[in-house]
Design a protein around this ligand. Sequence first.
Ligand code: PLP
Length: 463
Amino acid sequence: MTIAPLLRRTTDHALDYLASLDDRLIAPTASLAELRATFVKPLPETGIPADQVIDALVNDVETGLLGSTSGRFFGWVIGGSLPAALAADWLTTIWDQNAAIYACGPAEAVVEEVCGQWLKQLLGIPASASFALVTGCQMAHATTLAAARHKLLADRGWDVETNGLAGSTPLRVLTSERRHESLIRAVKFLGIGEAAIEFVGCEADGQMRMTDLAATLQNAADTPTIVCLQAGDIHTGGFDPFPEACDIAHSHSAWVHIDGAFGLWVASSNRLRHLLSGAEQADSWVTDGHKWLNVPFDSGFAFVAHPAAHRAAMSQSASYRISVGDARDQLDWTPEWSRRGRGFPAYAAIKSLGRTGIAQLVEQCCDHAHRLVTEISTLPGTELVVTPKINQGLVRFLSPDGDHDRRTDRIIEAIQAKGIAWFGGTTWQNKRVMRVSVCNWRTTDRDVDRAIASVREVLAEIS
Ligand SMILES: *Cc1c(COP(=O)(O)O)cnc(C)c1O
C-alpha cells in the first residue's frame, strides 16, 4: 500500500477510536499476561506491508489502552489533546524537522520563539526570561536547575560546566512535602544528590512555613541554595506563599524555583490569578503543555530569569553547527540534541484557544473538580478530605469497621473496574484517599454526572 491510502486508513482508525471514547470502558480489559501473549513474538525475520502492521497494531492494542483521553478520566494529572494540537502533532511527524537548530527547521525554530513569548505572557513570567520547550516538567526541572547550579556556583567563582561538582562548594536544595518526585530525580541527575535536599516544614494547609524557611536559610547562610516552591500541588492544588518566600530566599541570595506543572496555568484566569501573586519574582519556573494546555505528550516548558546562566548550562558548540543571523538555536537552551518539533502543537493549542479560551478551559476544569468532590462527598459513607481550590481535590470512603484505608482502596479499585470513570488512589497525611483531578478540555457536565452516578453505584454494590 502506498502512503496516501495508508494514511487515510490510519485516519479512519483514529476517528473510530475518538468516536468510541464516549462509550468504551476506560480501564484496560486485558491482563499483563494477555498483552504479552499478544505482542511478544520472535523478532520478525522479514517485514510485512505497512497497512497490515497498522491494522494489527490497532487490533492488538484495543484491550490494553487506558482511556486517559476520555472526559471521565480523573487520575494522576493528565490532559487530553485539543483538536488543533492533535492535528499539528500529526503534521509535526509528517514534516519531521530536527528542531535542534534553526538551520534544521527554520519555521519550527521561529514558532518556538513565538511560543516562548506567548507562554511568558500567558503565565505571568517576566518578558526578559529565557525559555526552552522540553519533553515535560521532569526535563524542565533538570534544565532550570542546571541553570541554578551554574549561577550559584559561578557567583562563588566556580565554573561547574568545566570543573564538574567535585571540589565545589556543596549545593543545598530546600523544598517541602508538597514537592513532586520529579524534582528529586532532577537533583539526582544534576549530581547535586538527594542528600543535599532539606525539607522545610509546612502549615496545616500544606503551605511552606515561612518561619522555617527563614530559619533553615539562616542555618547555613553561606551555602548556595535552591528553594523549590509549588504552584499547584498534586493533592490539593495548593500554592506556596510566593511573595514572602521570594523575599526571604532572595535576602539569602538563594535561587527560587517554582514547579507549576499545571498550577501555573491559573495565570490565564482573572478569577484564579491571585493564587500566583509574587510568583513572577522567582528565578525559574516549569510547567507542562501536555497537562492543562491539552497538547499531546512530549510538551514541557522551562523558564529562567537569568538567560546567561540558562545558556551557559545548556549550550554546546559543534563544528557542523550552522548559525543564521540572530536566529535562536534551540540546543543553546535545551538538554537534547536532535529533537521533535514540539513547538508546532503548543503553538496550535494556544492559537486555537487564545488567552480567553485557555482561561475558560482552566476555570471549567476547576468547576468540574469542585462538583465531583463536593457531590461525591454527599454520597453515603464518604468523607470530603480536600475541597479543590483549583482542579485537584480529595475524598475518602469510610468503613463501619474503622479501616477506612482499606475501604478507600477497595472502592477506588471497583470504580476503575466498572470502567465508567477513573480515579486514582494516593496517600495524603497518612490516609489513603481518592484523588480527583480534572485537566481535560473534553470533560462535560454529563461526564461529571456519569462519574458521580458510577461512584454511587459502586458504593451501593460494595457494602
Ligand atoms: C506531572 C508533574 C510533574 C512531572 O511532569 P512530567 O511532565 O510528567 O515530566 C512535576 N510536577 C508536578 C506538580 C506534576 O504534576
